[in-house]
Design a protein around this ligand. Structure first.
Ligand code: FMN
Length: 180
């Protein structure tokens, strides 16, 4: 038996407690995008994770209530645009801050297609262009498995991070030691 007072049974984990603990996971910030029928859409996401190298696949978890979801679902593809620290205003736009939706989120930056047609950000730290291999509905979210069709590394800048509700960036020493 574990007698730590903070330990709770799964049935007792309230939404607030879940959020309080998940805030501790530092995440890289990406913009997940898609384009379908002339409509572009995207959202800010930290749930991007590598799945396998052979074949090259990634996953991302998208809330089906997000305004970008219908376009991502219909497109059958998605682009992952990994942000640099200077891209923080883009992260805010695509998180819906200020009520900005749809096409308006793409204003103020340069976006173009790579292979699948998903919008990719010029100057992103990395771009991962995916065809949707599988979409698994779980609870409020859909877990997208993306088969990577094209990649691009653009710069050696430090990444934008999100931790405990605030944005930060990779410290210089870490960045200096990092290869790309
Ligand atoms: C740092 C950060 C990370 C996020 N990560 C995700 C994510 O992984 N999946 C997701 O569905 N929403 C995530 N969101 C929320 C969406 O960005 C946000 O709900 C959406 O863009 C706004 O919803 P709307 O388009 O319906 O206005 C994140 C938001 C922030 C600020």
């Amino acid at each position: 038996m574990n007698d730590l007072p903070t330990r709770l049974a799964a049935k007792d984990i309230a939404t607030d407690a879940f959020k309080a603990v998940m805030r501790n996971l530092a995440g890289a910030v990406s913009i997940v995008t898609a384009s379908h029928g002339g409509v572009r859409a995207g959202l800010t996401a930290t749930s991007v994770t590598a799945l396998s190298a052979e074949p090259p696949t990634v996953i991302v978890c998208v809330n089906r209530a997000a305004s970008a979801w219908p376009t991502i679902e219909a497109a059958g593809h998605f682009g992952i645009n990994v942000l640099a620290a200077r891209h923080r205003p883009i992260a805010d736009r695509f998180a819906g801050r200020g009520g900005i939706k749809g096409e308006a989120r793409f204003a103020g930056a340069s976006w173009g297609p790579l292979v699948t047609g998903a919008p990719t950000l010029d100057g992103a730290l990395a771009v991962i262009d995916c065809e949707t291999e599988e979409a698994l509905e779980r609870h409020s979210h859909t877990i997208l498995i993306g088969r990577i069709k094209a990649i691009r590394h653009a710069t050696a800048e430090g990444a934008l991070l999100y931790w405990r509700g605030v944005y930060g960036q990779i410290e210089d020493e870490l960045q200096a030691g990092a290869g790309i």
